[in-house]
Design a protein. Structure first.
Lengths: 117, 187
């Protein structure tokens, strides 16, 4: 598992409680984001062949945008970058079924990996 | 500014006080007061506290309002700011931002831009249109980083702009700096 910690990668003299705060928030973030992304990916699978399927693209875009911002702030730049990729797919063509599915699955995998102790 | 008038301050001192209050001219100050229905010194006294930086809470923690639709981000900001000794007030959209700063008069507002309902742009505009909130320091914290966004929010009246993902140390330093500037203006 690769966990780049822009904040949590603290300098040696950084307060331990700052690291503890980031750890606590990262754990909460990963739990929420995992549910959100896996749910969106599942919804797409059930609607295979239809662009975006039952996923409201506006709601999905907002969710992914939030994940992008929060992930980087809790030391998960790879998750943030993957969320940014999903945003790109949504922006390009409102997300063709296959491209969006692929980008969401990659994001879900990275979140799962980051959540593994 | 009211105190300066009562003490017979010079025109240049009054002008500086108006600038600090977010108004560029005497005319703009007058228009802002009229827009808020303020036509007497008593009304000015009611709306503009003696301490224009907001209520100084002697012996109490300074208060920062944090407005973001993402609960995880609010949790992060709350924990970081509380660790620094601030009391944190929360809101999850622009309407709540305006309501909380009106009601609670915090010393500083940290606000996101993209939120459902009234967004951050509209909230900052609404706050800056209120004379009594003109000097509230506002820091925008957003994942929006497109061309022209920073300029737009600063021209709307925000004091600082920080892009997510952010560095916790930098955010806290910006908060402290904004409060220092605010306190110097009030001195």
């Amino acid at each position: 598992m690769r966990r780049d910690m822009s904040i949590a990668q603290a300098p040696p003299d950084c307060d331990a409680d700052l690291v503890a705060i980031i750890d606590e928030v990262r754990a909460a973030f990963l739990r929420t984001a995992r549910c959100q992304v896996e749910e969106a990916a599942r919804a797409l699978v059930t609607q295979a062949g239809n662009a975006v399927g039952r996923v409201d693209p506006t709601v999905l875009a907002r969710t992914i945008h939030t994940i992008k911002g929060t992930a980087g702030s809790v030391g998960l730049p790879n998750v943030s970058a993957a969320a940014s990729d999903v945003e790109g797919v949504l922006r390009r063509d409102a997300g063709s079924g296959a491209a969006l599915q692929q980008a969401l699955e990659r994001l879900a995998r990275l979140i799962r990996d980051s959540d593994t102790p | 500014m009211r105190a300066a008038i009562l003490q017979g301050a010079s025109a240049s001192t009054l002008r500086a006080a108006m600038h600090a209050g977010g108004c560029r001219s005497m005319r703009e100050t007058a228009l802002a007061m009229v827009a808020e229905g303020i036509t007497s010194l008593d009304e000015v006294n009611r709306v503009v506290p003696d301490d224009e930086a907001g209520p100084r809470r002697a012996g109490k923690a300074r208060r920062v309002a944090v407005v973001d639709d993402d609960p995880t981000m609010r949790l992060l900001l709350r924990l970081l700011l509380e660790r620094e000794g601030f009391e944190v007030l929360e809101g999850e959209n622009g309407e709540q931002a305006v309501a909380v700063v009106r009601r609670e008069r915090p010393e500083l507002l940290v606000i996101d831009l993209t939120m459902p309902g009234l967004d951050g742009y509209e909230a900052i505009g609404a706050i800056r249109r209120e004379l009594s909130l003109a000097r509230l320091p506002v820091i925008v914290l957003t994942a929006e980083n497109g061309p022209g966004i920073q300029q737009r929010v600063l021209e709307l009246g925000a004091d600082d702009y920080l892009v997510k993902p952010f560095d916790a140390g930098v955010l806290l330093a910006r908060v402290r700096a904004a409060l220092r500037r605010s306190e110097r203006l009030a001195a």
